[in-house]
Write a protein that binds this ligand. Structure first.
Ligand code: URA
Length: 272
């Protein structure tokens, strides 16, 4: 074997090795963070194309002007995983400027509670109080959520509370698509790190975003749905319950179903 042949073979092995690593990273990113920009399948095809070149070359293929071969596609480097613990994810998030909300927010509201919680609540977005303190659900709606959690026989420190987006939209407007797109991978990484046994989505935006549905909260609540194998109970947002207290009964039924799913004892005296 000539020096050139040896050199080109080990170079190719290095590329194949790189592609194997990239395929594994992509599989991980797609499974856990849903954020890879190229599919592992596409890389596998590229790898196969390269590997096939080790078959004996046909005698003197005719020289032709060709379009770019599939194996020469431009490959975007795999997206970096955001972290596998809450600390790592927080570090990756940093002083985030991934969407326009960074210019109006005061504090990033990362989420709070037990990093190994059995139950995770997901709301919509921080409001003024949360933006000032950097803690989710600390305003009026938050005080009601705290009561709802305590009625379940646990405290805020036993569960984990997060939102679809981590920065306050100006004037508490609804989160916009580009903001959710930029922020949601961090929430998904948090879910993956915490591995809750049950997720409870609060209100329409979080229910629709997590369950990828356009069906409204009135139809979704009251029964479990699936998020990648984790049961999800949608219920009313506490801000809605403050405006429409008649629906507290339904919300309490939803929370009791969550407790039953988690094998948590039902409090003897029913509190709301
Ligand atoms: N409403 C939300 O959806 N999230 C908060 O953190 C506070 C209010």
């Amino acid at each position: 074997m000539s020096k050139t042949e040896t050199g080109s073979k080990s170079g190719k092995d290095a590329v194949l090795g790189f592609l194997d690593d990239a395929i594994n990273s992509l599989r991980h990113a797609q499974k856990h963070h849903r954020m890879a920009r190229i599919s592992a399948g596409a890389l596998e095809n590229a790898r196969k194309g390269l590997d096939d070149q080790s078959a004996p070359a046909p005698a003197e293929p005719p020289m032709k002007e060709t379009a770019i071969a599939p194996s020469q596609e431009i490959i975007t480097p795999p997206a970096v995983p955001l972290g596998s613990t809450l600390e790592e994810i927080r570090e990756t998030l940093g002083d985030c400027t991934r969407c326009k909300l960074h210019s109006t927010r005061n504090k990033i509201v990362f989420g709070a509670g037990n990093p190994h919680a059995e139950l995770m609540f997901i709301g919509e977005a921080p409001g003024a109080d949360e933006d000032a303190q950097g803690i989710p659900f600390v305003g009026r709606a938050g005080k009601l959520l705290t009561k709802m959690i305590e009625a379940m026989g646990v405290t805020r420190d036993d569960v984990f509370i997060a939102n679809i987006i981590k920065c306050r939209p100006p004037g508490n407007r609804d989160p916009e698509k580009d903001e959710v797109t930029a922020c949601k991978p961090f929430l998904l990484a948090q879910i993956e790190a915490i591995k809750p046994k049950v997720i409870c989505t609060l209100g329409n935006p979080s229910t629709k975003s997590i369950l990828n549905t356009t069906t409204g909260i009135f139809k979704m609540r009251g029964r479990f749905h699936d998020f990648d194998g984790t049961p999800v109970m949608p219920t009313f947002h506490p801000a809605f319950l403050l405006r429409s207290p008649n629906y507290k009964k339904e919300a309490w039924e939803d929370l009791q179903a969550v407790m039953a799913k988690l094998n948590w004892p039902l409090p003897e005296t029913r509190k709301k």
